[in-house]
Design a protein around this ligand. Structure first.
Ligand code: HEC
Length: 321
């Protein structure tokens, strides 16, 4: 038997299985046997970030919350967490989302600190949901990254917030509309806000500057100059805002940004009939001297040059801006 190919494979296979059991189950179990597993109640008691989110839920969805959880006490929060975890497993969120930041591929830059063993040493991590696939982003640092109402709308219909999202909609977590989450919906939001909220520096995204969303996706026809304005403004506000205030004002900010974008759009592109676009004329000025010999272009640039002198006259300081 041991001389045949299949015999060697059998012994090898069993051997590796035994080795994996030893190194991945027995050794860690013995190594951490003095570290008691935390209960959900303990997790809630030591986590004010989570209680903040739970209270916020009670204020945002007062009717649903009162009907399903009553008041935002730590006991109710523990109940919501446990239910939320069951919903997360039951809906198969772990098919597409991992919960483990690996110490490779600069994952810490993307999501936050690399996952540590102690983070998995509690009741809510049984079984752990490391996940094997990442169709969506890792969620182990999701807590506090988005507001509660963001999650509600996203679970109701992901494409409302993330165009072309392949994430399924979960309308059965709501009473018909995204502002009426049911018990399971509220519980799932609590669970998602818990992920990573146990870390000391929270939220982790103070210095995180998202890529500017192309204006064309939000405001059809918005100009380039307006684009840059909005991008720099949103960056600076992202850096200065901290903590809970950032979460609270997230929705307001995006509204403000949109109105700012509209304003700046109005500034850079005045009605065609009055003055020619100032940004265009400045751009064409150096070009006109360089390519003056080009016959086809010169007529066009001449027209623009006269436009430029006209703007220069319009502006008392002579600048065309
Ligand atoms: C088919 C795969 C798939 C399934 C199943 C899935 N998601 Fe997602 N999820 C995604 C993708 C892709 C994204 C990124 C695009 C987006 O934001 O919708 C995402 C985004 C998210 C985000 C936003 C992350 C962020 O901050 O940008 C959260 C939170 C989330 N999913 C939670 C869940 C929960 C909870 C469930 C289960 C109820 C779930 N997902 C099920 C694919 C999936």
């Amino acid at each position: 038997m041991f001389e045949s190919k299949s015999g060697i494979l059998l012994v090898g296979g069993l051997g590796f299985f035994a080795f994996a059991f030893l190194s991945n189950a027995l050794v860690p179990a013995l190594l951490y046997r003095h570290m008691p597993e935390q209960t959900t109640a303990q997790l809630v008691a030591s986590n004010s970030n989570l209680m903040y989110q739970f209270e916020n839920l009670s204020q945002r969805y007062p009717e649903s919350f009162a009907a399903h959880f009553g008041s935002p006490t730590p006991e109710n929060c523990a109940e919501a967490l446990e239910l939320g975890r069951r919903v997360y497993t039951g809906e198969g969120c772990w098919h597409c989302h991992s919960q483990f930041i690996r110490p490779v591929s600069r994952e810490a830059d993307r999501w936050g600190p690399v996952s540590k063993t102690y983070e998995y040493q509690n009741e809510l991590q049984r079984p752990v949901m490391f996940g094997t696939r990442r169709v969506g982003p890792d969620l182990s640092r999701e807590g506090g990254r988005r507001s509660n109402d963001w999650h509600a709308v996203h679970f109701f219909k992901p494409t409302l917030l993330s165009a072309d999202s392949p994430m399924p909609a979960y309308p059965w977590l709501f009473h018909g509309s995204p502002d009426k989450p049911n018990k399971r919906g509220l519980a799932l939001i609590t669970y998602v806000q818990w992920l990573g909220s146990w870390l000391e520096s929270y939220p982790l995204y103070e210095a995180y500057a998202p890529l500017p969303i192309p204006r064309s996706k939000i405001l059809p026809g918005a100009s380039r100059a307006g684009d840059q304005n909005v991008a720099t403004e949103s960056d600076s506000s992202e850096e200065t805002s901290t903590g809970g205030a950032a979460k609270e004002s997230e929705a307001k900010e995006s509204e403000a940004k949109e109105s700012e974008a509209k304003e700046s759009e109005a500034k850079v592109s005045p009605p065609e009939s009055s003055t020619p676009k100032s940004s265009e004329t400045t751009a064409s000025e150096p070009k006109s001297s360089a390519t003056g010999s080009n016959a086809t272009e010169s007529s066009a640039t001449e027209a623009k040059e006269s436009a430029a002198t006209k703007t220069a006259k319009d502006q008392p300081d002579g600048s065309s801006k």
